[in-house]
Design a protein around this ligand. Structure first.
Ligand SMILES: *[C@@H]1O[C@H](CO)[C@@H](O)[C@H](O)[C@H]1NC(C)=O
Ligand SMILES: *[C@@H]1O[C@H](CO)[C@@H](O)[C@H](O)[C@H]1NC(C)=O
Length: 303
């Protein structure tokens, strides 16, 4: 009997502790009262609401902390593409108390740069006197390559499946999925997620960070369930993901400034050339008109 009771108690304790796991963050520590927190630095922890995704800025801090303490982070994959992609990898960010990124980031060094609301660098690296304007990421393009499947995938059903998984996994409002393009032969799925430019409550970086981990490394979710898109007849899993960020103001990389400058020069030169032609054209017309008027007058005087 005693053994049975003991077993029962053990089972009960088991159930209780498993109830106290943090659904949205596998690295969280949860106490007996199911309050969960995440260690961010040597001296700070963040209490979590485990029914919500954890802000990316906190996650990056936790990841740096774990990396420095030789705990598993499995954050190997660095994005490879250029363009406006996060190819800096991880840094130790400074966060606001609500988990938003400060606009200036320095990675604990004298070298600083500007980041957008998703914490992605949007300027050249400068010294610590750099001035940064806040920039909100209002549009992200998620490019995924899916693993091969046995059955052909219908684009419309794929879109529905993607909207569902984004809502279920990341709590994304389906209305924000503005476009889904599918290239069957390239196995490429392009998902545009756009919010209102003035919207400061939706944070698109929540979804993108969890998604990058889901596809490139390992899920951050406690249950570790893989990212899969349900379409009729099969589940589609992803091979890779690439994320483009679009902010409410253009980034200020030197390269883009240069191309912008060149475009401006080209525009100015073309305007001058077109303007010149127009002036010539009108001058010619006026001369012709004056000529014919003069002719008409001559005719009048003759007659
Ligand atoms: C946690 O987040 C959920 C969903 O947004 C919210 O309903 C709930 O009140 C939050 N809990 C706490 C303790 O803040
Ligand atoms: C930030 O610093 C860490 C270690 O100090 C380094 O590994 C990482 O590459 C740096 N990240 C950036 C974006 O400079």
């Amino acid at each position: 009997m005693k053994v049975l009771v003991a077993l029962f108690v053990v089972a009960l304790v088991d159930v209780v502790t498993s109830q106290c796991a943090c659904k949205t963050m596998k690295w969280a520590n949860c106490d007996d009262s199911c309050s969960c927190s995440l260690t961010l630095t040597e001296s700070s922890t963040q209490t979590l609401n485990c029914s919500k995704l954890v802000p990316k800025c906190f996650l990056m801090q936790a990841e740096m902390y774990r990396a420095c303490n030789h705990q598993d982070t499995r954050s190997g994959g660095k994005p490879v593409e250029t363009a406006f992609v996060d190819n800096d990898g991880i840094y130790d960010p400074v966060c606001e108390s609500d988990g938003k990124f400060k606009a200036v980031q320095c990675n604990n060094t004298e070298v600083c740069w500007c980041v957008n609301s998703a914490g992605v660098r949007r300027s050249d690296k400068k010294d610590k006197n750099i001035k940064c304007e806040p920039a909100e990421t209002y549009w992200v393009r998620v490019e995924m390559k899916h693993k091969s499947v046995d059955v052909p995938i219908d684009a419309t059903k794929l879109r529905t499946g993607i909207e569902n998984v984004l809502q279920q996994r990341y709590g994304l409002d389906k209305k924000l999925v503005s476009e889904v393009q599918y290239d069957k032969d390239g196995r490429l799925i392009v998902v545009d997620v756009k919010k209102d430019k003035d919207d400061r409550t939706t944070d698109l970086s929540l979804m993108t960070y969890y998604m990058e981990k889901d596809i490139k490394v390992l899920p951050l979710f406690w249950n570790g369930q893989p990212f899969e898109v349900d379409v009729p007849g099969t589940k589609v899993s992803m091979e890779n993901v690439l994320i483009y960020y679009v902010d409410d103001r253009a980034p200020t990389f030197t390269m883009q400034k240069l191309t912008g400058g060149i475009i401006a020069v080209i525009v100015v030169v073309s305007l001058i050339v077109i303007g010149g032609f127009l002036v010539l054209f009108f001058l010619a017309r006026r001369q012709k008109a004056q000529y014919s008027k003069a002719q008409a007058r001559e005719m009048e005087t003759i007659s």
